[in-house]
Structure formats: structure tokens, C-alpha cells
Unconditional design. Structure first.
Length: 208
């Protein structure tokens, strides 16, 4: 009997000690509710990772729209809302496109602010600037068509402008081909891309 007891104690001494992780794991899996919770978490993690594959790479769009005071500021700066399934590259490209459109609108405002007037053209003619040179410069310094009044036309005639040159001014192309700033803003609000806006700007319109 004493020998058996000694052998049993020797076996226990030879048996490797259980680690803290093994003890915790054993106790954890004894709790059925905890085990069930772990299975649910693993299942949800799997769904979150492989959701695009499970729906044939066509996940539902979930739009995130800023609310409150930030919504107007976001739309004014970027003009669009981000979707959860957009990649970082797509978002970066969209932001860059909007920046280009904003730069275009800023350029429009700058030219509109400093655009050449019929009176300035008359003064240039009086100083000896040729009509051919003015024809090249005017489209780059105008964003809206000329609307010559009788006084403007008389001043130009007095400065030596020819009838052909005056006709040119009445129908002179502009840097933005007669498109107005409100129209550019409307196109931006409608979500038109930079390429689409450029095509519209480049197209010649019959009416101002």
C-alpha cells in the first residue's frame, strides 16, 4: 500500500505542471454561455471579413451623411458624400477632382473680377495696340460675352475700331465660352465630373 502511494506521488511529480493559459481555457470552456458567445463573435467576424465575397462582391451602399453644422461645410468643400464600400484610392481621386473643379471656379472668379471692358479696349486702340493682338488677348480676359451699348460702340469707332473688329467683340469667344459662374456651380451641385464640366465649357453655346 505504501509502495503504491509512493508510486502515485512520483507520477504526480513527474507530470508537467499546467500553465495558466491551460487552466483558464479549461475553466472557460466549462461555461457553456461563454463558449456560445465566443462562437457568435467568431461567426460575426467571419461575416464582416467575407461579406463582399458572400454577396458576389456587390455590397449594399451605406451612405454616411454628416449631420448638423458640419453637413453644409462638408458639401461646400467636397460636394459629395463618402460610401463605406469606397476604397481610399477612390475617395482620394474624388477629392482631387473636386479640388480641380474648385480651382476652375476660383480661376473663373479671378478672370471675371479683372476682365477687360470695352472702354479698356478703346484705350488700347488709342495707344496703338493692333486689333489682331487684341483678338488674341480678349478671349483670355473675358468670362462673359460683350454686351456693347451704343456709347461703347461710338467710343470704339472714335478709337479707330473697324466694323469687323466691333462684330468680333459682339461675338467674341471667352475663356469659358459664355458659361456663367452660376451655371458652373449648378453643374458642381449636380455631381458632374471635371471632364463633363470641361466638355460643357468647351462647347459653343448659341445663347449667352
Amino acid at each position: 500500500m505504501t509502495e503504491q502511494l509512493n508510486h502515485s506521488m512520483e507520477d504526480q511529480n513527474l507530470r508537467p505542471a499546467r500553465t495558466y493559459w491551460e487552466i483558464v481555457r479549461t475553466q472557460f470552456f466549462k461555461d457553456k454561455l461563454a463558449t456560445f458567445g465566443l462562437v457568435v463573435v467568431i461567426f460575426l467576424f467571419f461575416i464582416a471579413i467575407y461579406a463582399p465575397v458572400l454577396v458576389n462582391n456587390k455590397p449594399y451602399l451605406v451612405r454616411i451623411k454628416p449631420k448638423g453644422a458640419y453637413e453644409d461645410a462638408w458639401k461646400a468643400i467636397y460636394g459629395f458624400t463618402i460610401t463605406l464600400n469606397q476604397t481610399e484610392k477612390e475617395i482620394t481621386e474624388k477629392i482631387e477632382e473636386v479640388r480641380k473643379i474648385r480651382k476652375l471656379a476660383k480661376e473663373y472668379l479671378q478672370i471675371q473680377k479683372n476682365q477687360i471692358s470695352p472702354a479698356e479696349i478703346a484705350r488700347a486702340l488709342e495707344k496703338g495696340v493692333s486689333e489682331e493682338k487684341l483678338k488674341k488677348e480678349i478671349p483670355q480676359k473675358r468670362v462673359t460675352p460683350f454686351h456693347l451699348t451704343e456709347a461703347d460702340q461710338e467710343r470704339l469707332e472714335e478709337a479707330g475700331a473697324s466694323e469687323a473688329f466691333i462684330d468680333f467683340l459682339k461675338n467674341a469667344p471667352t475663356k469659358f465660352d459664355k458659361i456663367t459662374l452660376p451655371e458652373v456651380i449648378q453643374l458642381m451641385e449636380k455631381g458632374k465630373s471635371l471632364k463633363e464640366i470641361k466638355k460643357i465649357i468647351e462647347a459653343k453655346r448659341v445663347n449667352p
